[in-house]
Design a protein around this ligand. Structure first.
Ligand SMILES: [Zn+2]
Length: 843
């Protein structure tokens, strides 16, 4: 018997002849017809294993495990002949992509089908079982023919935790028989719904950033295969019909004519089968190819024909009555997904030769003749070492090549810090990433200073640049700079540590430093922080630097060992001081050196909070800095003893919770020494409220100004046409654009960040400067995003507004954040600001 392999990518060791189990259909195996129930994830895994055991040309493997310990699996399905050469086929494909050396000897198309990235778009996983069965069903002559020149890889469920959350909800709440009334409870999933993963991340926004364990595992195997066609299966609202590619504008300019053309070929083949049945569908609308972190764009920027397929079905349960009075069943939905799967494999098989040739051509062009203006990205070697190490390991995870130049010299490029072309000196310590490599187009999409937007109406954010996210000194160059030497990771070298020093000193500049601070606090070590910079033994320590004195830590058993081993475990540089008397700045006993009280953190979660925003904070504490957090539900918030905590975090959301009585309790708690951290919608819930100094920007002057700008715009463009109405809304809109925020770097909220922060703004809220309080991050003067799209009215309204502010109240503080710095958890500097709010402010 072939066994499901438990380690990722120990490929094909179980080939050969085995005692064969009999192949069962899904109905035979499950005991019910597909579509009669929502199958739980483990049953699907067992079914795939059954197919693997019954077939010599199928291999099912586990490639990872979710946060809730469910297996992540994928299946390889090929003709018996191809299956014998499957490792050769995989290697040959990497050779075509320029990711392995040598000349290919096989020529086979590779189609990859991914299902159920959104857990409550639940038809997909059901469809995957029908699809794998028909691919190996001995009575199916068509699939046998297709497999002769096409290998199919299936990931039957990208998001098992979310999928089971949905299936369990439905199985527990559904009527028997199923109720088609749209108002029935079975059609109204409660917060947080099944869409996202365990930490409530949208895995279809995470392909590029890989913040989640599911993405990290999947990207590894994806890059070991590099398929030619990739389909990401979804569902949309059940009153919509079916969407399949070709995609809508905007399409990023790195997408090739061939990629557009073959989307069309596949689309027409899908349409053929839908036409035969009279099923409705649409193409070329709504779903664009721009933001690089989707299940369609990531493959597209990696050379595949990447596509999203969407069946109407979210909330439909097993059956529902649509607006048009039709009944929509799970059986129909999975049949539609099954149909596009088959049609896509068929179209790929019919064009397999061309598909493989064009794939090879794509990479030849990518590697030899890239057409975009910026050819090399230089990230200065004197950036913070933790950030460089993190960024380079991210590059490696995507099979991106980088390293150092052979020699230093003068160079010129777009300077991300000034947004202008500047001269600079390239050194052999700088990290060089050029685009003459297989992942060249993907590199362009994440690093280019400005992406061309063919249409300002997009499904997602319009800016995401990692260089701004990390706040790095970097340049984009029009010339190619070759990588001559392997990157030398920045390692901390600790010199001999003084015996029983007066104090240990640590810099505080990165999230690794935050994690270290959290580790010390968990061990009961008392830590201080210098609000001002100081000089000791000729070394500069910036504001925020951590000071661990021997005095006050007498209670910590084996103190020196505890501090030193925590520092070594997290790669921190240990500095020691034999005196508290500094050369310049405040001595360690000064009132400018604050004792940092360990935060006891409460985080609001549940209905009214944005599940995504809640998850971002939850994941940050548990998985990134490993610090405890207590989640408190909005449904019983009023009954909790807030005084058990000294930090309360209100993530983005849309709140009814904060009425006069609740605000009164929070007001008292802050006055007693609590620290309230408000983010985006959490911030707006406290605007113009009694006891809180935050004011929404709505003065008559500002309104008049914004109207004037809009009027001028209209005079230029003429009256609005009916068909343009949707587009007209854009002057008020913002789709995730990056603004340059000026920081007051003397305030603890800005520690480790310098005087500029690039904020990824995803909402239109704007506030006046705090009258009583610290305006730590502001948008000063005229506004225009450094990257991305924002309407004219919005830019006007953002002039001279507060983005990050701190109000001191009684013994406590309120931290207002207009933007969400935790958005999708890929903005390194955003997480630093948030960390400062948690650990540094008000201490
Ligand atoms: Zn979806």
């Amino acid at each position: 018997m072939k066994k499901l392999l438990l380690t990722a990518f120990t490929l094909f060791i179980s080939l050969g002849s085995f005692a064969q189990a009999k192949l069962q259909s899904p109905a035979e195996f499950l005991g019910y017809e597909l579509g009669d129930r929502f199958t739980r994830h483990h049953r699907m895994v067992e079914y795939f294993k059954q197919v693997d055991e019954a077939q010599t040309n199928v291999q099912v493997m586990q490639y990872g495990e979710t946060y809730e310990h469910r297996p992540l699996i994928y299946a390889i399905i090929a003709s018996p002949e191809n299956f014998k050469n499957i490792e050769q086929i995989r290697q040959d494909n990497l050779k075509r992509a320029g990711m392995a050396d040598g000349n290919p000897s096989t020529k086979v198309a590779i189609v990859w089908l991914s299902y159920n990235v959104h857990g409550n778009e639940a038809n997909s996983m059901e469809a995957s079982m029908k699809t794998i069965y028909e691919l190996v069903n001995p009575d199916n002559a068509k699939t046998k023919e297709w497999l002769k020149n096409t290998v199919v890889i299936m990931d039957p469920c990208i998001n098992p935790d979310g999928r089971d959350r949905f299936a369990n909800f439905f199985n527990q709440n559904g009527n028997n028989p199923p109720n088609p009334d749209p108002q029935a409870r079975e059609h109204a999933e409660p917060w947080p719904r099944g869409r996202a993963n365990h930490y409530l991340f949208d895995l279809n926004r995470d392909w590029a950033w890989e913040t989640q364990i599911e993405s990290q595992h999947r990207i590894k195997i994806y890059n070991q295969w590099m398929p030619h066609v990739h389909v990401d299966y979804h569902e949309q609202g059940y009153n919509n019909p079916y969407y399949f590619a070709p995609a809508a504008e905007p399409l990023h300019e790195v997408i090739t004519p061939w990629q557009r053309e073959f989307q069309n070929t596949i689309g027409r083949n899908n349409a053929k089968y839908f036409d035969e049945q009279g099923w409705l569908y649409f193409t070329k609308e709504r779903f664009d190819l721009y933001y690089p972190s989707y299940g369609d764009t990531y493959p597209t920027y990696s050379g595949a024909i990447g596509m999203t397929y969407e069946k109407g079905g979210i909330g439909a349960g097993l059956t529902v009555t649509t607006n048009e009075g039709d009944s929509m069943t799970l059986k129909d939905r999975l049949t539609h997904h099954f149909t596009t799967g088959m049609a896509t494999i068929e179209a790929s098989s019919m064009n397999a030769n061309k598909l493989v040739d064009e794939f090879e051509k794509y990479f030849k062009e990518t590697i030899n003749t890239p057409s975009v203006p910026y050819k090399t990205y230089v990230i200065k070697g004197d950036n913070n070492a933790d950030k460089l190490n993190k960024l380079t390991s991210w590059l490696s995870s995507h099979s991106i090549q980088y390293g150092h130049a052979s020699a230093g010299r003068a160079a010129k490029g777009f300077d991300y810090q000034t947004q202008a072309q500047n001269n600079f000196s390239l050194t052999t310590d700088d990290v060089v990433v050029n685009i003459y490599q297989p992942k060249g187009r993907f590199i362009t999409t994440v690093f280019e200073p400005q992406s061309k937007l063919t249409d300002s109406m997009t499904y997602d954010i319009t800016a995401w640049n990692l260089i701004y996210g990390y706040g790095l000194k970097a340049f984009a160059l029009n010339e190619k700079i070759a990588v001559a030497k392997l990157y030398q990771a920045k390692k901390v070298v600790n010199e001999a540590v003084a015996n029983k020093p007066y104090a240990y000193l640590f810099r505080y500049e990165s999230l690794n430093d935050v994690e270290f601070l959290a580790a010390l606090m968990k061990k009961g070590v008392k830590v201080r922080s210098s609000e001002k910079g100081f000089v000791l033994d000729g070394q500069n320590f910036e504001p925020g630097s951590l000071i661990v004195t021997r005095r006050n830590n007498e209670g910590v058993a084996d103190f020196d060992n505890v501090v030193q081993s925590a520092a070594k475990a997290l790669g921190r540089k240990i500095h020691t001081a034999t005196t508290g008397y500094v050369d310049k700045g405040s001595d360690f006993g000064s009132s400018d050196v604050n004792y940092l009280e360990p935060p006891k953190i409460a985080l609001i979660g549940g209905d009214q909070t944005s599940s995504l925003a809640h998850g971002e904070v939850w994941h940050f504490f548990e998985q990134q800095i490993h610090y405890p957090v207590t989640v408190i539900g909005t449904d019983y918030f009023r009954n909790v003893d807030l005084w058990k905590y000294n930090v309360l975090i209100v993530p983005d959301g849309s709140y009814r919770l904060f009425d006069e009585a609740t605000l009164g309790i929070i007001d008292r708690w802050v006055n007693d020494g609590g620290r309230l951290i408000l983010i985006a919608g959490g911030t707006s819930a406290f605007a113009d409220k009694k006891g809180f100094g935050l004011k929404e920007y709505a003065t008559e002057d500002a309104k008049k100004q914004a109207e004037k700008v809009a009027k001028e715009q209209q005079e230029k463009e003429g009256p609005v046409k009916y068909g343009d109405a949707e587009r007209k809304q854009l002057s008020n809109a913002i789709f995730g654009a990056i603004y340059k925020v000026s920081l007051d770097k003397s305030h603890p909220l800005a520690f480790g960040l310098g005087d500029t922060y690039y904020s990824l703004r995803t909402n239109t809220q704007h506030y006046t400067y705090l009258e009583k309080g610290w305006n730590v991050g502001i948008l000063k003067g005229k506004q225009k995003p450094v990257m991305g799209f924002a309407g004219v009215k919005i830019n006007k309204a953002l002039e001279n507004t507060m983005v990050f502010g701190v109000e001191d109240k009684g013994k406590g503080n309120v931290i207002y954040m207009a933007d969400n710095p935790m958005f999708r958890s890929f903005w390194e500097n955003g997480k630093m600001i948030f960390s400062n709010a948690v650990f540094m402010v008000g201490q």
